[in-house]
Design a protein around this ligand. Sequence first.
Ligand code: NIG
Ligand code: FE
Length: 417
Amino acid sequence: MFADIIITNASSIATCKDSQEGAGIIEKGYVAVKDGIILEVKAGSPAEELIGSSTVIIDAVGKTVTPGLVDAHTHLVHGGSREKELALKLKGVPYLDILKMGGGILSTVKNTRSATKEQLKAKAAKSLKEMLLNGTTTVEAKSGYGLDFDTEIKCLEAAQELNAEQPVDIVSTYMGAHAIPEEFKGNAQGYMNFMFEKVMPYVADKKLAEFVDVFCEEGVFSPEEARLIMQKAKDLGFKLKIHADEIVPLQGAEVAAEMGAVSADHLLAASDKGIEDMARTGVTAVALPGTSFYLMLGKYAQARKMLDAGVRVAIATDYNPGTSPTESLQTVMAFACFGMRLTPEEIIKAMTLNAAYAVNRQNEIGSIEKGKKADLVVFDAPNIDYVVYHYGINHVDTVIKNGNIVVRNRQLYKEEK
Ligand code: NIG
Ligand code: FE
């Protein structure tokens, strides 16, 4: 059988297979793709029988091949930006105080409410293009900057339409429980009732989201409220995520385990018991070291401790206008290494297979193995260590999505006719 595409002569292939040590590195090998699916990944050179007259050969000499990167936590669709908060942050005003003053998330809510769906889509499309050029082929996208019915639906529809209009796959999450909007100030229960009665059934019915996420934090949603929201979400057939133990320790990791969440995210202040609970129940921990860096928290999630405890650890950008204004997983690799002290092999696995687990796509994407989707990245670097070490630039040369070349020579690829 002829392959459609063969990436050959790769200096290193990080397969990121579950069953293998580290990132399952193959030195000097090739990957063959047929009908959008990975046909073979092996050391050495491809057999003659694989190469037909229409097979596209990508010479990856001196380069590294990885699975397409999976960004398992972003707030992709939103209006405006928050660079004005930098001055306050530099003066030392804490994140939760800016939120209390009506800034933070709530200022993005204003900008998101006043934007049209087309404006939101145009901004998010720009981010998706940046992500693709930087190697991201699947992204989780949360709503949560609308809070009212119309704006939440507008954002979820924007994500759904973008999913169909460009190459990056979008996994949608409804996150009405991101903040309590001004119109329900002091009335968390009223806002929850509104989500339960008006928004969540509609989102479920129209299949606008696969996950529901809750910001469980002091001054936002308490663990008790998070449980109620998660239970309602479960009853409606959503899978669960939780922003847990980001700033104040509230036993969010324990709530994630108890409620059967697919992932618990942030986790800087997770307790030892919470870490054990996640390991026992198979909750994927999503660490967001770019956020720790940007908020100048002086600490990171204890990813090493979690790995040692047997927790599957994913790493994502948390791309959002307030706490992590970057689309680049490669930038976040540096924080994961120099902040959390993870190895490059641990980091690439955390941004591929483990991230696929965090969005419940582990059977289709996240590793280079026969039968999985052909989502692949070629880095212009001899090994994955080099990508992490030479930080601050984009090393992505080529991206293949669903078996199609979408980035070539560092640029969006248009097939010549
Ligand atoms: O994941 N922590 C809550 N939500 C976002 C930040 C939202 C914002 O500040 O706009 C986060 O960090
Ligand atoms: Fe977040």
